[in-house]
Design a protein around this ligand. Structure first.
Ligand SMILES: O=P(O)(O)O[C@H]1O[C@H](CO)[C@@H](O)[C@H]1O
Length: 330
């Protein structure tokens, strides 16, 4: 059987090679033995490898999760309310990368949230950590393979819309894939149809029914105002310059961060129904008079400050999603 093996020598410069199908022997086709910890090599990330990861997890979890939750910076406490937890540190999961960012514990937690079977990523992977985008979003495929149909991606973000206040929540109704404009995309490289199609539409990426449901849940809980808006992901790790923020504002961005977009692309590729929201953790200074500077401590502090509200919101949201029979685009 012929297989495509990919050696990714840079985030955006893959070399595709046809081999005789023995892709799991650590030997790249140029004859060099791959280092076991080679972060750049996609040979560990074929469908078969991710299926192996999923099998490892499912053999240790007595149920199948329906909803995946990605906890944003400082928002790991979303996973605390889970009952009957089965916790996997990322470094013990076959083929999983490791979390390196403060506020991202690095654990995959299976459990029940209000009686709903979920799996939570306490810690996500960012491009600035040195991971290519396909690697940042590989856990989304793993979550798909363990059984989820719905993904709730959360993030901390800077508020560009002047109406937003620190601590507000914005339901993401669209994104601008700025990194994708330069060809940096999690689906870059050979496509495996078992995950999804080569070309996929993104105009309905953020499920409208789920956005309406989330608004209703938020309102029913009387949690105050909630926004809907456009998110963008930059590469980071530096926060933005004033000129960059002014440009983002001009093109219609409401909140800016360094994650989520690649996860959502990967999720839609494998047909997951997606809801995403941003916790606005800081203002974005769009003029030179503003002396305040963004920093990660503030981002995490705001996460902590809003953790109870967000936990209540997410718990009620998953409950309603289950009660409604898991609505949304399939
Ligand atoms: O998007 P999450 O992971 O919530 O984190 C956001 O917060 C960090 C910056 O403080 C960046 O990693 C940015 O992406």
């Amino acid at each position: 059987m012929m297989m495509i093996e990919q050696e990714d020598v840079g985030a955006t410069t893959p070399i595709h090679k046809l081999t005789n199908g023995n892709s799991n022997n650590g030997l790249l086709t140029n004859g060099h033995k791959a280092k076991k910890d080679d972060d750049k090599a996609t040979y560990k990330y074929t469908y078969e490898h991710l299926a192996e990861t999923a099998k490892y997890l499912l053999e240790r979890v007595p149920f199948r999760p329906k909803i995946g939750i990605i906890c944003g910076s400082g928002m790991g406490s979303l996973a605390e309310a889970l009952t009957d937890k089965v916790v996997f540190p990322y470094n013990q999961i076959p083929h999983f990368p490791e979390s390196t960012v403060e506020g991202h514990a690095g654990q995959l937690v299976f459990g029940y949230l209000m009686g709903v079977e979920v799996v939570c990523m306490k810690g996500r992977f960012h491009h600035y950590e040195g991971y290519p985008l396909w690697k940042c979003s590989m856990p989304v495929r793993v979550m798909k393979l363990v059984g989820i149909s719905h993904l709730i991606a959360t993030n901390a973000a800077g508020g560009l819309n002047p109406k937003y206040k620190v601590g507000d929540v914005m339901l993401v109704n669209d994104h601008i894939n700025l990194m994708g404009f330069s060809g940096n995309n999690p689906l870059h490289g050979p496509n495996d149809e078992r995950f999804g199609p080569r070309f996929l539409p993104m105009n309905r990426a953020y499920d409208k029914d789920l956005i309406e449901l989330a608004k209703k849940v938020w309102d029913d809980l009387k949690l105050g105002p909630i926004h809907e808006g456009v998110y963008t992901c930059l590469g980071g790790p530096n926060f933005e310059t004033v000129a960059e923020l002014k440009m983002l504002q001009m093109v219609g961005v409401d909140a800016v961060g360094m994650s989520t977009v690649h996860e959502v692309i990967t999720a839609r590729h494998c047909d997951l129904t997606v809801l995403a929201f941003s916790l606005i953790t800081n203002f974005c200074a769009t003029n030179y008079e503003n002396q305040s500077e963004a920093n990660h401590e503030e981002v995490m502090d705001v996460g902590k400050m809003r953790q109870d509200t967000l936990a209540t919101f997410v718990q009620n949201l998953v409950l309603r999603i289950k009660k409604l029979g898991y609505p949304g685009i399939k």
